[in-house]
Write a protein that binds this ligand. Structure first.
Ligand SMILES: O=C(CO)COP(=O)(O)O
Length: 270
C-alpha cells in the first residue's frame, strides 16, 4: 500500500470546523508484539477516506509506544500515537513514573489524563489531573481530559456540578492561549466497560452544557475550537449516532478498539 501521508490528513467537519478525533484506549491490554500485529491489520482494513474523515489515535500501554512509533514511521501509517497516563512531575526521584518529555520524544501526540479508572482506582484528584494536563501541554502534546459522573451522582442530579468541579482546575491552570489544544472526553463512569452506553440525548445535553460552560469560562472563540469526545461502551452499532451530535467531535473507545476488524468497522460506521 503506497498512500501519500499528505493525502490522508483529516478534513475538519464542515459545520463545526473541528477535526474529528477517534481514539483507541487499549488500557492494560496487548503486549508490544500483539500491538504491532493489531495496527498492521487495522491499517490494511481502513481506506484512505477513513483517515480523511477523522484523526485516528492509538493509546497502547507504555511498553508498546516505541514499537508503534517505529511501525507507524516505517510503514508510513497515518495514525497518531497516544499515551494513557503521565507523571505530573517533570523529572527526578519518582520511581515507576513516566514524564511528559519522555513521551514527546516518542512522537506521542495525545495523552489521556484523568481517566475515571485513574481517578477511582488510583485516587487521582482533579488538581493532579490539571498538573498532568499542563505537563503534557508544556512538552508540546495535547491532553485528552476525561470527565464523568457516577451513577449515584447522575441519579442525584449532580452531573453538571461534578463535571464543572473536574474541569475548573484545568481551566484555572492551563495557559489560556493554548486552551484549544485540550480535548475533553465525557465518559460517564457507569457507561465504561458496562456494555450500556449513555443515551445519545443525554450526551447531546451534556455536550451542549459543557460547551456553554467553556464559553462562559474562556470565551466563544476558544470554546468553539475545543473538541469534545464521548466514551463509554462505544460500539459499531452506536458510533454513528454519537458522532452525529452537534457538540461531539470524537469518540474514546475502550473494548471495541482491541480487535482490528471491530475497530475498523466502528470507524467506518462513524
Ligand atoms: O474507558 C473507556 C475509554 O477510555 C471506555 O471503555 P469501553 O469502550 O470499554 O466502555
Amino acid at each position: 500500500m503506497n498512500r501519500k501521508l499528505d493525502d490522508l490528513l483529516p478534513s475538519p467537519d464542515p459545520v463545526s470546523h473541528r477535526v474529528r478525533l477517534i481514539s483507541a484506549n487499549w488500557k492494560m491490554n496487548l503486549n508490544h508484539l500483539e500491538a504491532i500485529a493489531l495496527v498492521q491489520k487495522l491499517y490494511h482494513l481502513l481506506r484512505p477516506e477513513d483517515f480523511r474523515y477523522a484523526e485516528i489515535a492509538i493509546h497502547p500501554p507504555f511498553t508498546s509506544l516505541r514499537s508503534l512509533q517505529l511501525t507507524f514511521e516505517a510503514d508510513r501509517m497515518p495514525f497518531t500515537l497516544g499515551a494513557q497516563n503521565v507523571s505530573d512531575q517533570l523529572s527526578g526521584a519518582f520511581t515507576g513514573e513516566v514524564s511528559a518529555q519522555m513521551l514527546s520524544k516518542l512522537a506521542v501526540g495525545y495523552v489521556i489524563v484523568g481517566h475515571s479508572e485513574r481517578r477511582h482506582l488510583f485516587g487521582e484528584t482533579s488538581e493532579q489531573v490539571a498538573q498532568k494536563a499542563l505537563a503534557v501541554q508544556q512538552a508540546g502534546m495535547r491532553p485528552i481530559v476525561c470527565l464523568g459522573e457516577s451513577h449515584e451522582q447522575r441519579e442525584s442530579g449532580l452531573t453538571l456540578d461534578v463535571l464543572t468541579a473536574q474541569i475548573d482546575p484545568i481551566l484555572n491552570t492551563y495557559p489560556l492561549e493554548a486552551l484549544d489544544t485540550i480535548v475533553i472526553a465525557y465518559e460517564p463512569v457507569w457507561a465504561i466497560g458496562s456494555g450500556e452506553s449513555a443515551d445519545p440525548e443525554v450526551v447531546e445535553g451534556v455536550g451542549r452544557s459543557l460547551r456553554e460552560l467553556l464559553r462562559r469560562r474562556v470565551g466563544d472563540e476558544i470554546a468553539a475550537r475545543i473538541r469534545l469526545q464521548y466514551g463509554g461502551s462505544v460500539s459499531v452499532g452506536n458510533a454513528r449516532e454519537f458522532m452525529s451530535l452537534e457538540d461531539i467531535d470524537g469518540l474514546l473507545v475502550g473494548g471495541a478498539s482491541l480487535d482490528a476488524e471491530v475497530f475498523a468497522q466502528l470507524i467506518r460506521a462513524a
